[in-house]
Design a protein around this ligand. Structure first.
Ligand code: TRP
Length: 453
């Protein structure tokens, strides 16, 4: 079976595919609205702290389990710890992937709608109020968002079935640098809009008086979500890495790329939002209202430029989302394919069908099914809260305990040093963080926020 396993062709390909998983709607859609709802710059500092303190070590730990086991997430723990209950940790990861894809694909569908609108020049001459109305009408419509969501999942399905290697690796190599360039240009436009200073102040002047346990939990959840951690997503990818891939370096590169894109997205959204007077705590609708505005206002005198930029931006947003949905889909597909000996196509069909089902429910929960709630949250918000703020940190906690305490240190060292061929100066610190820092930090935040004591 191992010879069937896909492999990334090159080191750059492995980094860019993993960065493709990490960089997505989490950076450009979720990060800005979470920052906006949690008071701005203090949240960002906490987020960066969590990336450094928990994100990078746990990402390396996932790499160790994935490449060390050469197995899908559902089987990886079982391979390294046969006959123990650790297998449930992998199983939980596969489930979490399903749940995330079940609402992520709804937002991914929105990006398709906005790409189509941009292409049909639907934003020209609109005011900020128009954009609010457009988004509200669209997201609450019972059909259109559902169709786009299903279409997005079918696109993901198509690529997964074809095999990821050439498509994804190649697309990532072109699209990731392009995304970066576009975002930098947009940032320059955004910070030069009239009144942009207030947005910059919101981003750069920390106000720690707003930090409570809810903000801590949000910052931690955002770090896990954005880095694709806590459910074995990068674990599955690492099982496709070559034996020469430097795991530590790859984790650093992926985390740095991901964090830069998030900060840049913040520098695009907030100056623009303040400039047109949109409240930064608008929630999930934030970028769908502010961004079309930036294009109209910044290039008001050059409609062609405004047009080109809007189309380009939404194309790139779609691609960023796609490289992430593929990585989520791959976790469950690899699991069904390898564990139940189904063909890749069958395995992928089960995953796609399950996600479309969840996607319909989460999409409708924003409109016609608004009244149906659990713990006061509709399906869309519930899936987001439950995965990002509970399942992912909990999964990360399990991975750090597994690699820090359970796994033979010889295996860990072999993986990090590529069997002795690399120096691993951070090894002791790495184990220390996995053993003590990560479990205590995650446990503390859980206990505080969920009121477990
Ligand atoms: N990190 C991606 C983003 O920022 C989303 C994602 C892909 C993800 N795979 C994941 C989130 C695994 C959590 C776990 O858009």
């Amino acid at each position: 079976m191992k010879s069937e396993r896909a492999n990334f062709g090159s080191k750059v390909g492995a980094i860019l595919a993993s960065a493709g998983s990490a960089v997505g709607l989490g950076n450009i859609w979720r990060f800005p609205y979470e920052t906006g709802s949690n008071g701005g710059s203090a949240f960002i500092l906490l987020y960066i702290l969590f990336v450094l303190m928990l994100g990078i070590p746990i990402m390396i730990a996932e790499f160790v389990v994935g490449r060390g086991s050469q197995a899908n997430t559902g089987a990886a723990y079982r391979v390294l710890a046969p006959g123990t209950r650790w297998k449930w940790a992998g199983f939980m990861g596969v489930m979490a992937g399903f749940l995330i894809l079940g609402y992520y694909s709804v937002v991914a569908g929105w990006t398709l709608e906005y790409m189509a609108r941009a292409a049909l020049n639907g934003f020209a001459g609109k005011t900020p109020d128009d954009f609010i109305a457009i988004f509200t009408d669209f997201s609450q419509n019972p059909f259109r968002p559902v169709l786009w969501m299903a279409l997005f999942l079918l696109g993901t399905h198509f690529i997964i079935v074809k095999g990821v290697k050439k498509g994804i690796e190649k697309a990532s190599k072109i699209m990731m640098p392009l995304l970066f360039i576009i975002i930098v240009i947009l940032m320059i436009c955004s910070v030069t809009l009239p009144g942009a200073e207030k947005g910059l102040e919101f981003l750069l002047k920390p106000d720690f008086s707003k930090v409570d346990s809810g903000v801590l939990l949000s910052a931690m959840g955002q770090a896990f979500f954005s880095l694709s951690l806590g459910m074995g997503c990068l674990m599955t990818y690492a099982s496709y890495y070559s034996k020469n891939t430097n795991l530590g370096k790859t984790a650093f590169s992926v985390s740095i790329i991901d964090t830069c894109v998030a900060i840049l997205a913040g520098l695009v959204i907030f100056p623009a939002a303040f400039s047109v007077g949109i409240s930064p705590d608008a929630g999930p609708s934030l970028i769908f209202i502010t961004l079309p505005n930036v294009f109209q206002q910044a290039f008001g005198n050059f409609p062609v430029v405004a047009y080109i930029f809007s189309v380009l931006f939404y194309v790139l947003l779609v691609v960023a989302a796609l490289t992430s949905t593929i990585s989520l889909h791959e976790v469950a597909t690899a699991y069904f394919h390898e564990e139940f000996k189904l063909t890749r196509g069958r395995a992928a069909s089960i995953v796609t069908a399950g996600c479309i089902f969840l996607g319909v429910i989460s999409s409708l929960s924003l409109g016609v099914m608004k009244g149906y709630t659990l713990f006061g949250l509709g399906a869309f918000d519930l899936l987001d809260y439950f995965t990002a703020k509970i399942l992912l940190p909990f999964g990360g906690l399990l991975t750090s305990v597994f690699v820090g305490w359970y796994l033979d240190k010889k295996i860990v060292w072999d993986e990090l040093s590529n069997r002795g061929s690399l120096k691993v100066p951070f090894f002791k610190l790495f184990i220390f963080i996995l053993r003590y820092v990560a479990p205590v930090a995650i446990g503390f935040i859980f206990i505080n926020e969920l009121g477990l004591i």
